[in-house]
Design a protein around this ligand. Structure first.
Ligand code: IPM
Ligand code: MN
Length: 372
């Protein structure tokens, strides 16, 4: 398959983790005879530094022309603590989502058995967790009208949803549930919010076309509690933009490291694949960031194009690195392996999953692998 991939490494650890995902995609090309063309562009704080905007037009048009976008991370502390900053890195990502029509953000939360011990929760609570969050991504309070009175003392953000915005992501979520354990939970605040009542009405109606899927509802405050008390009760969670932002960070800690979770943002035409974690500026350039979330985002990219065998090869190589302890220090404080080494190991295993040569760190360090 030929694919055009726009690569947007962004800020902080973004470039380091994306570089490992690229090694893995190149390993897939080599192994399965595909041809992926990569073009890199600026986004986030580094784009503000270079071009005074977090999403230069040239980046947006590159993404529009590409089949998929591989995204790293954005954000820089110099903007976080300055409420008066009018240009912010996050605006780049929000605009990109809106412009590309990426209305569904898909965030799988799965516990790797070899990492259960890393979870802040008890083993018996965590084991068996396997759910996916479908977060609406281009509507709601993020994109509603924003107001600030002249005196700067009263502010508001409008949370607005249309039937159309709700139904297009609801269909995706029901289809996902149909191919999984057939349970869909709509998370909302319908006891208080009019927009949530519209979500319930629309989702209930759409549910009639998916009779095999069991639909239930949870208020978001209760959902926040249930995700920690009993995460394995969930299969597909469907929710609006801001609730999804919050509960997906919550879900991400269940497995023990946010450095493992990937996401896909899809629309009718485009797809963007990125780790859930942020730019982790303190770790930048230190070769300690966990590249797995970025690598698994590349696996989601492959699945998006129906390349299931290829994605499976990536996932299996990731599993192997976890089983063999070829991991970054966030997963094992004593680990001496860095970001790049973990990426090399996983990429090499995609090319040759049987090769015990990979277990020999010396060879990896010496760059004897075919793809290093
Ligand atoms: C995310 C992030 C973004 C969001 C920020 C960076 C705008 O937290 O992708 O979850 O809030 O959507
Ligand atoms: Mn978030």
């Amino acid at each position: 398959m030929n694919l055009k991939i726009a690569v947007l490494p962004g800020d902080g650890i973004g470039p380091e983790v994306v570089a490992q995902a690229l090694k893995c995609l190149q390993a897939v090309e080599e192994t399965f005879n595909h041809n992926f063309a990569y073009k890199e562009a600026a986004v986030g704080a580094m784009a503000i530094d270079k071009k005074r905007t977090p999403l230069p037009d040239s980046t947006l048009s590159l993404c529009r022309e590409a089949d998929a976008v591989l995204f790293g991370a954005i954000g820089d502390p110099k903007y976080d603590n300055d409420p008066s900053a009018t240009v912010r890195p996050e605006q780049g990502l929000l605009k990109l989502r809106k412009e590309l029509g990426l209305f569904a953000n898909i965030r799988p939360v799965k516990v790797f058995p070899s990492l259960i011990k890393n979870s802040p929760l008890k083993k018996e609570i965590v084991s068996g967790t396997d759910f996916v969050i479908y977060r609406e991504l281009t509507g709601g309070i993020y994109f509603g009208e924003k107001k600030l009175n002249k005196a700067g003392t009263i502010a508001s953000d409008l949370c607005e949803y249309s039937e159309k915005e709700i139904s297009r992501i609801a269909h995706l979520a029901f289809k996902a549930a149909k191919s999984r354990r057939k349970k869909l939970t709509l998370v909302d605040k319908a006891n208080v919010l009019e927009s949530s009542r519209l979500w319930r009405k629309v989702v209930t109606r759409i549910g009639e076309s998916y009779p095999e899927v069991q639909l239930d509802f949870l208020f978001v405050d209760n959902a926040a509690m249930q995700i920690i008390l009993n995460p394995s009760q969930f299969d597909v969670i469907l929710t609006e933009n801001m609730f999804g932002d919050i509960i997906s960070d919550e879900g991400s800690v269940i497995g023990g490291s946010i450095g493992l979770l990937a996401s896909a943002s899809v629309g009718d035409e485009n797809g963007l694949f990125e780790p859930i974690h942020g730019s982790y500026p303190q770790a930048r350039g230190k070769d300690i960031a966990n590249p797995i979330a970025s690598i698994l985002s590349a696996a989601m990219l492959l699945e998006h194009f129906g390349l299931y065998e290829e994605a499976m090869a990536v996932r299996q190589a990731v599993d192997k690195s976890l089983e063999k302890g070829i991991v970054t220090p966030d997963l094992n404080a004593k680990s001496q392996y860095g970001t790049s080494h973990v990426g090399d190991f996983i990429a090499h295993n995609i090319v040759d999953s049987e090769d015990d040569f990979n277990m020999n760190d010396e060879n990896i360090d010496l760059g004897k692998s075919t793809i290093i």
